[in-house]
Design a protein around this ligand. Structure first.
Ligand code: NAP
Length: 173
């Protein structure tokens, strides 16, 4: 069987970068495609990629609000691998001024798709909201990604199309 391929959007920092670390460590055979808006400035991601065997990590420029960049990345993955086993959209656009969601057009009926809430996680994005988080409820990115990946590993068709919190509780939407 061909090695699995994972694509992480928003891989330059925060949860996306941690998803990359987790996959590279826990799935030795997997290939990783890591995307962000400015790969040149993504020093931690570039260091992570440089520490892997050649060809294992592909870093691509992708702003998820730019349809042509999403399309170009999809074409690169199709050409290089011909498959995609895991797509994590961790592009951080929490603020009302942010635009867009990753489009899920062109996905096949065999794709399992869920929305996952990571908890409140110690990243740049959560900084403005920290004061309202009870002590002991601010996760590190490593813990949050471990919890989310165990939900991903337990995905089945019945769960597809639904939203879940880090603890597995279903979220209404
Ligand atoms: N942290 C929390 O407590 C928390 C709670 C609930 C939900 N979430 C969700 O978890 C996800 C990740 O958040 P985080 O905490 O890891 O945020 P973060 O540390 O701020 O990282 C956000 C990532 O998204 C990328 N990004 C931002 N705008 C983008 C765009 N238009 N196109 C592509 N990439 C873009 C950033 O890359 P560049 O700036 O380098 O392009 C960065 O890699 C977000 O969807 C967020 O809403 C987080």
């Amino acid at each position: 069987m061909a090695a699995p391929v994972a694509l992480i959007q928003g891989a330059s920092r925060g949860l996306g970068l941690q998803f990359c670390r987790h996959i590279l460590k826990s799935r030795p055979a997997a290939f990783l495609v890591a995307t962000c808006r400015n790969p040149e400035a993504a020093a931690e991601l570039r260091d992570l990629a440089a520490g892997q065997r050649p060809g294992r990590v592909t870093v691509l420029r992708m702003d998820v609000t730019r349809e042509e960049q999403v399309r170009a990345a999809a074409d690169r993955v199709a050409e290089a691998f011909g498959r995609l086993d895991l797509l994590v959209n961790s592009a951080g656009m929490l603020h009302p001024s942010g635009r867009g969601e990753t489009r899920l057009s062109d996905v096949s009926a065999q794709v399992l798709c869920v929305a996952l809430h990571p908890g409140t996680v110690d990243t740049a994005l959560s900084r403005p909201y920290r004061r309202s988080v009870p002590s002991g409820r601010l996760f590190g990115a490593e813990r949050s990604v471990e919890l989310l990946m165990s939900l991903v590993d337990a995905l089945d068709a019945q769960k597809s199309g639904r939203a879940f919190s880090w603890d597995g509780a279903e979220l209404p939407w």
